[in-house]
Design a protein around this ligand. Structure first.
Ligand code: RFL
Ligand code: PHB
Length: 390
């Protein structure tokens, strides 16, 4: 088998890269080690920045997003006694959209299987080789158990945090990684309950952070800060609802409850690996960086990476010009660090560390953001998404 771009991983990064390349006449093959059902059911991100919505729409993937997605004009910041709305259009002229990553993935897979380039599920032993040469290849075993070789001009490592590509980049280049593990985790639930709020609520509370998000007019997505050692078995539905009611409590407001259909505990970390390239192997998305979810940035960063990467690869493969592939890692990392800082600052402002000095600093910062327009604008610009080149 031969293709121009071999893409490892069918998450949002790999699938969107495939779509953008195909639209510009560059052929490619996507290799995914999980099944289609598994990939489509993985519950993750919920917030799309303006530039993500624009990119998906321009790539012909906006129909269902615009029909079923919910455009949001702000968020609420809450601390005891106060729920303050940050109005994004007023502060920075942009909005965000609530549209689950599951739905983005389904739309991308449907478009791909409907006449797009090959997308092979349930492959195994995926190994990028000879990435320092002009003709790298990917060895893998197909779903039927047959060994295969995919000869490529370029390989894209969009295989998430646990995929094989990052290790290959790190073995060959004098790069480095940075990591921070937070002493917090999120207990996330999906519930058949109509959202009791028009915008997402980010709530500081003496007992820990709470986030009220949603997926549709009938489905809520809720998170509670818990200790990373917490076991989900110890959290009955009643215990979860009691804690949510306490953390979002506000005079005159009531939580709506319903059937919890999914619950899990999610660790939180920041991670950056540089450079995002070795020879003809390019990393994008979670394969190169992880942010804690408090800033809603992970999926959006993956989309920003592949938008830059797609134009760089088109230039390389259709015009033979190397300028954009040579600047890809630096340009992508500038945005990665901006989003890493924003995600860290949101996490630091909102999670209880147990230390009373920290708590006073957090409350002081929350009061500042809720009373100063420049402070609110800084948050709004970062949350709704900065330009591709920061
Ligand atoms: P993915 O989605 O992990 O996809 C990688 C794909 O590669 C496959 N793979 C392999 N394929 C072949 N061979 C191998 N050896 C392979 N190893 C792995 C995997 O099966 C998978 O299909 O990475 P990608 O595409 O870079 O996308 C990144 C996003 O998924 C991630 O950043 C976001 O979900 C993060 N995130 C959020 N991002 C946002 O922008 N907004 C949010 O509101 C938001 N909320 C969240 C989040 C992540 C969360 N969790 C679960 C960590 C909320 C949560 C709770
Ligand atoms: C979500 O809806 O899953 C979500 C929303 C905002 C975040 C993180 C997750 O900051």
């Amino acid at each position: 088998m031969r293709t121009q771009v071999g893409i490892i991983g069918a998450g949002p990064a790999g699938l969107l890269l495939s779509r953008l390349l195909t639209l510009q006449g560059v052929d490619n093959v996507v290799l995914e080690n999980r099944s289609r059902e598994y990939v489509e059911a993985r519950i993750r991100a919920g917030i799309l920045e303006q530039h993500t919505v624009d990119t998906l729409t321009d790539a012909g993937l906006g129909d269902r997003l615009h029909r079923e997605g919910l455009e949001h004009h702000g968020i609420y910041l809450q601390y005891p006694g106060t729920r303050h709305k940050l109005d994004f259009p007023e502060l920075c002229g942009r909005t965000v959209w609530v549209y689950g990553q599951t739905e983005v993935t389904k739309d991308l897979i449907k478009a791909q299987l409907d006449g797009g380039p090959p997308l092979l599920f349930e492959v195994s032993d995926v190994t990028p080789e000879d990435v320092d040469s002009d003709s790298p290849r990917i060895r893998f075993t197909d779903a039927e158990g047959n060994p295969q070789v995919l000869e490529c001009d370029v390989i894209a490592g969009t295989d998430g945090f646990h995929g094989p590509s990052r290790a290959v980049v790190q073995q060959g280049s004098p790069g480095r990684t940075w990591e921070r593990t937070y002493p917090y985790a999120w207990l996330g639930v999906l519930a058949d309950a109509a959202p009791a709020t028009d915008e997402l609520i980010y709530a500081w509370h003496p007992e820990g952070f709470g986030l009220y998000s949603m997926r549709s007019p009938t489905v809520s997505r809720l998170y509670l800060q818990v200790d990373p050692s917490e076991k989900i078995e110890d959290w009955s539905d009643d215990r979860i609802w009691d804690n949510l009611a306490k953390r979002f409590a506000l005079d005159g407001w009531e939580l709506t409850t319903g059937t919890i259909t999914e619950k899990s505990v999610l660790p939180m970390r920041s991670f950056v690996s540089a450079p995002m390239r070795r020879g003809r192997l390019f990393l994008a998305g979670d394969a190169a960086h992880i942010v804690p979810p408090t800033g809603a940035k992970g999926l959006n960063l993956a989309v920003a990476d592949v938008t830059l990467l797609a134009s760089a690869l088109v230039r390389l493969l259709t015009e033979g010009r190397t300028d954009l592939v040579d600047s890809y890692s630096d340009r992508a990392l500038a945005r990665v660090w901006r989003c890493t800082h924003f995600s860290w600052s949101m996490t630091s402002m909102l999670h209880r560390s147990g230390d009373d000095f920290d708590a006073e600093l957090q409350l002081s910062q929350l009061r500042r953001v809720c009373s100063s327009e420049p402070a609110a604008r800084e948050l709004a610009e970062n949350y709704t998404g900065l330009p591709l080149d920061v």
